[in-house]
Design a protein around this ligand. Structure first.
Ligand SMILES: Nc1nc2c(ncn2[C@@H]2O[C@H](COP(=O)(O)OP(=O)(O)OP(=O)(O)O)[C@@H](O)[C@H]2O)c(=O)[nH]1
Ligand SMILES: [Mg+2]
Length: 193
């Protein structure tokens, strides 16, 4: 099977591929929708296989066309998911701050991704989502586990630029800034090659 690496430099527009990965119901689709400016949906409607969006923007004087591949976390999609890992410049690993098992499981998501990814460099953003469910003045524990997760991710994937944030798709907190961190790193990866 031939896979096309999705990096086209046409008319100085960089076309980049970003993946959202993580357990079912952690909020991947909600984060994608929040980033695109869509309204928050309270009811859970599982992604059926994959959802895709793209957005054009300029960041750090670079024109980007960002393709966001939002992969279903339900185990039923385990076999088809790996086909989407190829050519990803950016990886967003999402966990639910209320479900520590979803954070622990990010190791498995990353390992699975690395078995299929073919890119020399990938930027990674770890997101602890649903921060609106916690007291904003008392996030020490959440910040500590985020730091721990960033370190583990970096250990498993030493070549990657890894960052992390606590976010909320409901309030929009840190959604834009998180994507911007990832995209800035990814521009560095591509332009410094
Ligand atoms: N309170 C709160 N709820 C959220 C947040 N993000 C998502 N949710 C809720 O969590 C549930 C799951 O959200 P989705 O975005 O569908 O989760 P997903 O990760 O895309 O799930 P799959 O498509 O099955 O992999 C929904 O009921 C959302 O309303 C958040 O930031 N805060
Ligand atoms: Mg989804």
């Amino acid at each position: 099977m031939v896979y096309t690496v999705i990096l086209l430099v046409e008319d100085e527009i960089l076309a980049v591929k970003v993946l959202l990965l993580g357990d079912a119901s952690v909020g991947k689709t909600s984060l994608r929708r929040a980033y695109l400016g869509h309204t928050f949906k309270e009811n859970y409607l599982q992604t059926l296989g994959v959802d895709f969006s793209h957005v054009n923007l300029t960041l750090n004087n670079t024109k980007l066309q960002v393709g966001i591949w939002d992969l279903a976390g339900q185990p039923a999609y385990d076999t088809i998911r790996s086909a989407y890992y190829y050519g990803a410049h950016g990886l967003i690993l999402v966990y639910d701050l209320e479900r520590d098992a979803s954070r622990q499981n990010l190791k498995n998501w990353l390992t699975q991704f690395l078995q299929h990814s073919d890119m020399p460099k990938t930027s990674v953003l770890v997101i602890g989502n649903k921060v609106d469910l916690f007291d904003s003045n008392n996030l020490d524990e959440q910040n500590k586990s985020l730091e721990e997760t960033i370190l583990t991710t970096q250990e498993i994937f030493p070549k990657a630029r890894v960052n992390g944030i606590l976010s909320s798709a409901l309030t929009g907190e840190n959604v834009d800034s998180g994507f911007n961190i990832l995209l800035s790193n990814l521009i560095k990866d591509i332009t410094e090659e």
